[in-house]
Design a protein around this ligand. Structure first.
Ligand code: HEC
Ligand code: HEC
Length: 464
């Protein structure tokens, strides 16, 4: 009997420790979960041309790839070809036996601030304003062998199909949800077989802008996404990133074990500590004000902190409703239905459209500018004082231009006349809060604070 109990305990402890965050990180930064990509040899031929373009123009010429592509990886744990490849790409061998590279999770879920690459931070520097089909055409002349062309065709097929549905008005905001929906419209949910023509209506081309949230929030969450619409099982939803190339169910099943590790890595990731000194007297005054004005929604922090993932109705938070409306509209149902019929949902996945946004845990908030779910406010001062939020603003998109004092991106307000005068190329760098989905309205909870009080709250936020 004693032995039985011992073995039972052993097997349970084995179960609970089965997922390994270290293995999860290794898979995230080296694994082949995207399934197809551009052959490495083709990229090596493209690279010298990228390097020849001045840095200031490389975004114009070729916004997808910021040269240099092949360089010593700036994050730890990269092996093989990945050790000398930009951390936003993973190199791996496909099912067809070709070594390729493609964007990895970190292309959206990591970003540099100053000289430090922060894994898990939402990338607010990536450019989704162009039509990727032009880029594909630019790369085409660099293919040499039929094997390369055959491999590259998978990547081209998916990217060309989704390109019209993932074009944003401004650099830095992300179309990931539309990207996933556009892929769903080309696949049979039960088998994942690809169809060049649409199998259901594609999503709207007007994409609600999303600022990618940081992964370290997941430690405190039971649901996923800004409105908390996904509850229960998260792993398979994360695996939707494979839908770019996975043409069969077994291809997804193969990744399931590895994604248990990925999930445990994401759930164990701590926020990055504030890298400068903090005025502790000012911060402790700020703490009092935070407890009075903010904690009822955002929770409390420190060893006995309590965070309850509160959903705040849209009538109260009053931030831009477009994302929430997309998620709750009838037009969304066909994608949810697709999910339910596919391997990407399990029995435990539940979907609840919600009429509001979750008040996020504010851990590591110093690093996550621009703020609000659509990234419409450049710094924390603006979050806490709605009257100073710029209507049209521009930033350099240089990771060195992060203001670790005000907390947020250094920016320049521009006038409507400037916006008219800008060439289309320059306009992409302007955040225009008058566009549908891009509004900086709402969250006026800091407006009643005095300027001194606001500064002390900001000082306290540096400690979270
Ligand atoms: C094209 C960009 C992109 C890629 C690639 C991407 N994500 Fe995301 N991810 C997003 C966006 C945007 C959101 C927020 C969506 C929302 O809340 O509506 C998100 C949300 C998440 C969340 C939930 C965070 C939260 O606070 O709710 C997790 C976890 C996550 N992604 C994991 C992954 C993993 C793991 C991969 C790779 C397998 C991946 N993502 C690839 C853009 C991306
Ligand atoms: C009534 C609930 C509520 C109160 C009170 C409140 N907030 Fe919020 N807060 C929210 C919600 C909901 C969001 C998400 C809004 C969105 O993204 O559209 C948010 C977003 C934020 C963000 C941006 C997070 C990000 O990553 O973009 C910050 C910073 C913030 N709040 C700080 C504060 C501070 C400081 C206070 C107190 C002065 C405060 N909030 C008071 C509900 C609240």
């Amino acid at each position: 009997m004693k032995f039985l109990v011992f073995f039972l305990l052993l097997s349970f402890s084995h179960l609970s420790f089965a997922a390994d965050p270290e293995k999860g990180y290794d898979y995230l930064v080296n694994g082949g979960y995207i399934g197809c990509g551009i052959p490495i040899d083709v990229l090596k031929r493209v690279e010298p041309f990228l390097n020849a373009v001045p840095q200031s123009l490389s975004g114009w010429f070729n916004p997808l790839f910021q040269a240099p592509l092949f360089k010593k990886s700036e994050i730890p744990g990269r092996t093989g070809t990945n050790a000398n490849l930009s951390h936003e790409f993973n190199a791996f061998v496909t099912r067809r036996g070709n070594e390729v590279a493609n964007f990895n999770c970190l292309s959206c879920h990591s970003q540099r601030i100053g000289n430090q690459v922060i894994v898990g931070l939402g990338n607010s520097l990536r450019d989704f304003t162009y039509d990727i089909r032009f880029l594909l055409a630019e790369i085409r002349p660099f293919y040499r062998t039929s094997k390369e062309r055959e491999e590259g065709a998978f990547f081209e097929r998916s990217l060309s199909a989704i390109s019209p549905y993932i074009q944003m008005h401004t650099v830095g905001v992300n179309p990931a949800i539309n990207l996933t929906f556009a892929l769903m419209a080309h696949r049979v949910p039960e088998t994942l077989a690809w169809s060049d023509s649409f199998l259901m209506d594609p999503p709207s081309k007007e994409v609600p802008p999303v600022h990618v949230p940081p992964w370290w929030r997941m430690r405190k969450r039971k649901t996923m996404f800004y409105s908390g619409e996904i509850a229960g099982e998260h792993r398979r939803i994360m695996m939707l990133a494979s839908s770019l190339c996975a043409d069969s169910v077994d291809q997804v099943e193969e990744m399931d074990e590895a994604f248990k590790d990925v999930e445990s890595y994401i759930h164990s990731l701590p926020p990055p500590p504030y890298p400068h000194s903090v005025d502790s007297a000012l911060a402790s005054r700020g703490k009092g004000l935070f407890l009075k004005n903010c904690a009822s929604c955002h929770g409390t922090y420190g060893p006995n902190g309590v965070y309850s993932e509160k959903l705040i109705p849209i009538e109260i938070v009053k931030t831009d409703p477009a994302l929430m409306i997309q998620e709750t509209s009838k037009d969304h149902d066909r994608f949810i239905d697709w999910g339910r019929r596919s391997i990407y949902y399990t029995q435990e996945t539940t979907f609840h459209p919600n009429q509001g946004y979750i008040a996020p845990a504010l851990d590591g908030i110093w690093a996550t500018a621009p703020y609000l779910h659509n990234g419409s406010v450049p710094n924390l001062e603006g979050v806490l004082n709605s009257s100073v939020r710029p209507k049209y603003w521009k930033r350099s998109f240089d990771s060195q231009d992060y203001d670790t004092i005000q907390l947020g991106w250094k920016y320049q307000s521009v006038s409507l006349w400037d916006v008219f005068d800008f060439l289309p190329f320059e306009k992409r760098f302007v955040y225009d809060t008058t566009l549908a989905g891009y509004s900086n309205q709402g969250h006026d909870f800091g407006d009643t604070l005095s300027q001194d009080e606001r500064l002390s709250v900001i000082e306290y936020l540096k400690l979270l």
